[in-house]
Each structure stands twice: as C-alpha cells, then as structure tokens.
Write a protein that binds this ligand. Structure first.
Ligand SMILES: O=C(O)CCC(=O)C(=O)O
Ligand SMILES: [Fe+2]
Length: 313
C-alpha cells in the first residue's frame, strides 16, 4: 500500500489497497487504519462500491452510527444525500427539504458533533456526480491547532462548547429541523480540543453546529467560533475533492472540517454515507470532561444543562 499526498499537509490517496481488501484482511485494515490516523482524509479510487461493501468496510472501524432522524433511509445505516426523488426519479426543487439539507452541509462542519456520541469517521461514496460543482472540501483542525498561538491553545484545551443540530439547520431555514428532530437531538457539550490517543496529536473541535462556550456570553462565543472556523479554513489550508465515478473518501471527524460545494440544481447528485461512532479508544472519554456543578447541586455529578439555542438565522 502506498499513500499519495492530496492536500496541504493532510489527506492521502491510498493506492494498492481497496475497500474489499480491508473487509477481507486484518493486515489491510491495520495498514489503512494507520494511514487514517496519520492523514485524516483517505481517498480510494476506482472502487466497485455497493451498499454492502461500504457497510462491511465501515464496520471495520467501529460501531456504525444510525442516521440522523428525519433524513432519507433513516432506518438503515446509510445517510443518503441526493437531489433525486427516490419515488419519482425527478430532481428536487431548491426549496425541498433535501436541497436545504445540502445547503446546511455546505457550512463547515464535523459530522455528528451534535449527537450524544459523536462520529469517528464518515465514509462517503459518489453514486451520481454532477458535471460541474458538487466537490467536497476539507480543512485540517489538527494543523489549525498547531498554527494557533500557544496562549490560545492553552485556553481551548480546557474549554467546553455546545453543539446543536437545530442551530446549524437554523442558519439555512428556521424550521429545517422539525420538532421531532430537535427533541431527539438535545444539545451536546464537548471539549474544544480532541486528542488522538494513537499519536497524541491535538485538534480543534468546533463546527457549524457549535453555538455556545461555557463561561462566555452568546455573542462573544459565536464570534469566537466563527473566527476559529475561518482560521481553520483559511485560503491555502483546504483542498477540494472533485469526485470521479468509483471514488470513496473517508475522513476523521476528530481532525478535519468538511463541507459540500454547490452544484447546478438541474444536475443529479447522489452520495451515500456511512458513519462510525467514536469510542473511548478514539479519545472520546476525555471529550466529556467533568460535569459542572451548580451551587444547588454541588457534589452531584449531573450533566450541565444546555444553554438555550437560537434557531433563527
Ligand atoms: O455533500 C458533500 O459533499 C458533503 C456531505 C457531508 O457533509 C457529509 O456527507 O457528511
Ligand atoms: Fe458532513
């Protein structure tokens, strides 16, 4: 197996090993796992992807996550991102819920930071690719961490932020997250630094879903979050993947931000994602931190209650 660099200091194309090899061989899995920990984004080209192969490959990396409530194919392990109506084959209108979801995915984010268990890795395969646009862009939160001034790193290492699905969806349309989706996805609180236990590398943990920081007022927190995302994704620090038939990409949600790029609404685009939940082996335990205690509950270990979300844009 060889790795060819594809991004600015992160990201690699894996050559000589494909998805089926990882399913069939422990050695192939170990080699790809090592590359994943190192490069954060792995591209596999010319794969004969089926749902079953993608699922079996994904399972190698840990427990599969169920898709977010309200998404297509919700009851499977597949997150289907498409503008083709599965019932009629027609293209969806720009104001269709799925088109709005695509717009939300065009904000810089890490997958599932708003869930009670965040994602380790997402595996995305292209099934229909528009002639122009529709790229996926990545930025390394690990390299961003390293670029931050030391005083900032010290501040962030012990800072905790709140992530909410309603918040990021609310940036696109006020009611994009339904009441059912909101109630099944209460805000989640995570440390703002994710340390990879395999190599000790730290990464900034912040996303479009982040809406509050403990100890900071809302307005200051939101501008700080925006500043950190802009710093991470500044020109020269990202790379855009232009999809080709047979491409599969996996990324480390602990160490990169990603976003979809727009494409002409009259062109079909159909992507299938599987998502692997993070475990303590992936550094999750440290992300919870200690629960805050209020005077009324001093000594108890209850989780802190989330600050209110603002869901309007
Ligand atoms: O559509 C894309 O390129 C990105 C979609 C996305 O954010 C995801 O699959 O997690
Ligand atoms: Fe995503």
């Amino acid at each position: 197996m060889t790795c060819r660099a594809v991004g600015p200091g992160f990201g690699a194309e894996v050559q000589g090993i494909g998805l089926a090899d990882v399913v069939a061989s422990d050695d192939a899995y170990a080699a790809v796992r090592t590359a994943f920990e190192e490069h954060s984004v792995l591209l596999f080209r010319d794969q004969d992807v089926t749902d079953q192969l993608q699922l079996a490959f994904s399972r190698r990396f840990g427990p599969l996550e169920s898709p977010t409530p309200g998404t297509l194919a919700e009851s499977s392990f597949f997150t289907v991102l498409t503008n083709v109506d599965p019932a009629t084959g027609a293209l969806m209108a720009p104001d269709h819920k799925e088109s709005l979801r695509a717009k939300a995915n065009q904000l810089w984010h890490t997958d599932s930071s708003f869930k009670q268990t965040p994602a380790l890795t997402s595996i995305l395969s292209a099934r229909a690719i528009p002639p122009t646009g529709g790229e996926t862009e990545f930025a390394s939160t690990r390299l961003a961490w390293d670029r931050l001034p030391a005083a900032r790193r010290a501040q962030l290492a012990d800072a905790f932020a709140w992530h909410s699905y309603a918040h990021s969806r609310g940036k696109i349309a006020p009611h994009l997250a339904s009441e059912r989706e909101k109630s099944s996805l209460p805000p989640a609180r995570w440390r703002m630094r994710w340390r990879n236990p395999v190599n000790g590398r730290d990464a900034l943990y912040v996303a479009s879903h982040t809406y509050a920081i403990d100890g900071m007022n809302d307005a200051d927190a939101q501008s700080f979050i925006d500043e950190l995302i802009a710093f991470t994704t500044m020109p020269g620090c990202t790379f855009e993947h232009r999809w080709r038939a047979g491409d599969v990409i996996m990324w480390d949600n602990r160490a990169v931000l990603h976003r979809g790029r727009p494409w002409p609404p009259d062109a079909p685009r159909h992507m299938v994602r599987t998502t692997v939940a993070a475990t303590d082996l992936d550094g999750l335990a440290e992300m919870h931190g200690r629960a805050l205690t209020s005077p009324a509950s001093a000594g108890s270990s209850r989780r802190p209650s989330p600050p209110a979300t603002r869901t309007s844009p």
